[in-house]
Design a binder for this molecule. Structure first.
Ligand code: ADP
Ligand code: MG
Length: 359
């Protein structure tokens, strides 16, 4: 397994990090540079949580140790919650997964918090987001050396293990327990969002007033641009070969998270198999969407919701988002139609004539 790819920090030149990350197809939200840039931001970057992580501070405190502390926080989240056996011999969640069917495992408060949030989203989305998806993720191995299309029999044998409702959280003991051998937790659909929120909290507490955090498809902005205008985030066209955007979102103090089948996939017999799995069918989700973008205040919410909406498809995804104040979405279907939830208003501007706005 090699889902969370990580290298020793700051030992690889950035261009190599970029090449590897782009090869993995994970950079899909473009941040548009402003024209009136007065000062260069202070930047740290690294490969963490399976993506290229870049923190750029534009205003307020710009001390390097503060940026490093924010990046260290992201690394800490990875060290605790990764389930990549290629990168880690042991993490808290690897321990929990290995003890499935045997015993509860005590974990840190924050791992418990992320798993609890992931469980709440699993329930709220009827399992479209499913934190217990790990056995399926392992079976398909998408993005690893072992990726392959499993047999129907293998899928049938795995589906009963993907049962988030069986996960036992003991808040008093601070432990997690998976009652069946073979069960496993995977927070790959939510941990990047959590880590972005945590890094942003460190920066804000340290006095940062303007910053851009780019975790591959997860963007989080603090404040506005130094010139007082909104950050402009380009939403990439889902046909990943082109580094072009289909529209622009203007945001302040918000997060934008995109999920799509073009991020991580393999092709066999001309069929594309991608990394967002539908735990009802055991196959990559195919609900008619090609891209989901969520705008929200907290990145943990946007991350879980983008994955969930992708599995749910347009109708149910729209209901899910409309029921949540402060959360908006942009959906692109497989026909190139773009759908906006009701609160987006003028914050989104469609710029590519190959796409059409629908309602
Ligand atoms: P990315 O991490 O590429 O930005 P997502 O946030 O959509 O994309 O998360 C996809 C990851 O979440 C997968 O790589 C896998 O680890 C996990 N995952 C796959 N299917 C599901 C699902 N139905 N529910 C929750 N997590 C999932
Ligand atoms: Mg997600």
């Amino acid at each position: 397994m090699n889902r969370y790819i990580s290298w020793e920090r700051r030992t690889l030149p950035v261009h190599r990090l970029l090449v590897r990350t782009l090869a993995a197809g994970t950079l899909f939200v473009l941040v548009l540079a402003g024209c009136a840039r007065t000062t260069e931001p202070v930047v740290v970057d690294d490969l963490l949580l399976g993506t290229y992580v870049r923190i750029a501070v534009h205003g307020g405190t710009t001390e390097r140790p503060l940026l490093d502390a924010a990046m260290d926080r992201v690394a800490e989240v990875e060290r605790k919650m990764s389930v990549s056996t290629a990168d880690y011999e042991e993490t808290e969640l690897l321990r929990v997964n290995r003890a499935a069917g045997q015993e509860p495992i005590p974990v840190s408060e924050e791992t418990l918090e992320v798993v609890k949030a992931a469980l709440a989203y699993s329930e709220a989305t009827g399992g479209a987001f499913n934190v217990a998806v790990e056995p399926l993720v392992s079976l398909w191995g998408i993005g690893t050396d072992d990726e392959r299309v499993p047999s129907e029999l293998e899928i049938e044998a795995t589906l009963p293990l993907v049962d988030y409702s069986a996960v036992v959280v003991d808040g008093d003991a601070g432990s997690l327990y998976l009652p069946e051998e073979g069960m496993g937790l995977d927070v790959g659909g939510i941990a990047k969002g959590y880590a972005a929120d945590e890094a942003a909290a460190i920066l804000r507490d340290g006095g940062v007033t303007s910053a851009l955090l780019d975790f591959g498809g997860n963007i989080l902005v603090i404040g506005e641009k130094p010139d007082g205008s909104a950050w402009r985030v380009g939403i990439q066209r889902p046909d990943a070969e082109r580094a072009a955007y289909l529209g622009i979102l203007s945001i302040r103090d918000a997060t934008v998270v995109t999920s799509g089948p073009y991020e991580r996939f393999f092709v066999q017999d001309e069929v594309r198999y991608h990394h967002i799995l539908d735990s009802q069918t055991g196959f990559p989700a195919a609900a008619g969407l090609e891209q989901v973008t969520i705008v929200a205040e907290r990145s943990i919410d946007a991350d879980a919701l983008s994955t969930a909406c992708f599995v749910l498809g347009l109708g149910r995804a729209t209901e899910l988002i409309e029921a949540r104040p402060g959360v908006e979405a942009i959906f692109v279907d497989t026909e190139g139609r773009v759908f906006l939830t009701s609160g987006i208003g003028t914050d989104f501007e469609l710029t590519d004539a190959n796409y059409t706005l629908s309602d």
